[in-house]
Design a binder for this molecule. Structure first.
Ligand code: CAA
Length: 259
């Protein structure tokens, strides 16, 4: 498939890499870009050879938010009728393989929200995060008011949403928004290394781990622990569990078959 606002490639036939590609607009997330992103995510998720996905941008911007020019003329009837955001942006929530955000430069508004919708964020030392929607007379609309407090706590999330200020990468790492910080020129190596590590494990266990961690954000502790326990039990029905444990006991490398 050919795309106008993203580029797509694979690494080692195992990692699907999606690069947001509207550099002149700092990768502003237009409706068409989000449709293309959803299509590419779904295609990689359906490809049995792919074990992990990466979404990235360019040096200056991961994404500076939803496309303000496109939104400027929308009225309530347009956004409500078209189910703006939900219809195209939430595709990523249905992706079952891990999705890593490799962030450099600005990750603002919808860009910060897109990064937070990924499973974890690896950031370059020039990354800056923020929810500046308040300056536009709106509020974050792609989950920012919900995912940011879960990531960094209420006080900092409230500060970001109410003042619209940016967080540099050190603050983001200390607050728990990003999992690793690396020099800009090492960003893709680090993200690929993490992705290839994940691809080396059994896909069923990887998908179950992702599903369980996501549960921690959407229900009570008791429900989450029960969900985890059931999937943990279910993995004992897989050949990958036999293989992984036999390999450990016999001091050899495991060869997972994703079964
Ligand atoms: N939408 C559309 N265009 C954008 C954009 C956006 N979110 N962000 C940047 N651009 C465009 C600029 O209009 C500019 O275009 P022109 O060259 O045609 O004028 C180009 O990208 C470069 O931007 P700047 O000249 O502003 O670059 P800068 O380095 O001086 O500033 C910036 C960078 C601080 C990120 C600034 O561009 C900025 O504040 N951008 C808007 C950030 C923002 O408000 N994001 C939230 C959007 S709303 C949202 O996302 C809603 C939601 O929750 C879903």
């Amino acid at each position: 498939m050919s795309y106008e606002f993203i580029t797509v490639r694979t690494e080692g036939d195992k990692v699907g890499i999606i690069t947001l590609n509207r550099p002149k607009q700092l990768n502003a997330l237009s409706p068409q870009l989000m449709v293309e992103l959803g299509q590419a995510l779904k295609a990689f998720d359906a490809d049995p050879a792919i074990g992990c996905l990466i979404i990235t941008g360019n040096e200056k911007a991961f994404a500076a938010g939803a496309d303000i020019g496109a939104m400027a003329t929308y009225g309530f009837a347009d956004v409500y009728r078209d189910d703006y955001i939900t219809r195209d942006w939430e595709t990523i929530r249905s992706i079952r393989k891990p999705v890593i955000a490799a962030v450099s430069g600005f990750a603002l508004g919808g860009g910060c929200e897109l990064a937070m919708m990924c499973d974890f964020i690896i950031a370059a030392d020039n990354a800056r995060f923020g929810q500046p929607e308040i300056k536009l007379g709106i509020i974050p609309g792609a989950g920012g008011t919900q995912r940011l407090p879960r990531a960094v706590g209420k006080s900092k999330a409230m500060d970001m949403a109410l003042t619209g200020r940016m967080m540099d990468v050190r603050e983001a790492e200390t607050a728990g928004l990003v999992s690793r910080v690396v020099p800009l020129d090492k960003l893709m190596d680090e993200a690929l290394g993490a992705a290839l590590t994940i691809c080396g494990f059994g896909q069923l266990a990887v998908m179950a781990a992702k599903e369980c961690v996501n549960r921690a954000f959407e229900g009570t502790l008791a429900d989450g622990v029960m969900f985890e326990r059931r999937l943990f039990h279910a993995l004992f029905a897989t050949s990958d569990q036999k293989e992984g444990m036999d390999a450990f006991v016999n001091k050899r490398q495991a060869a997972f078959k994703n079964q």
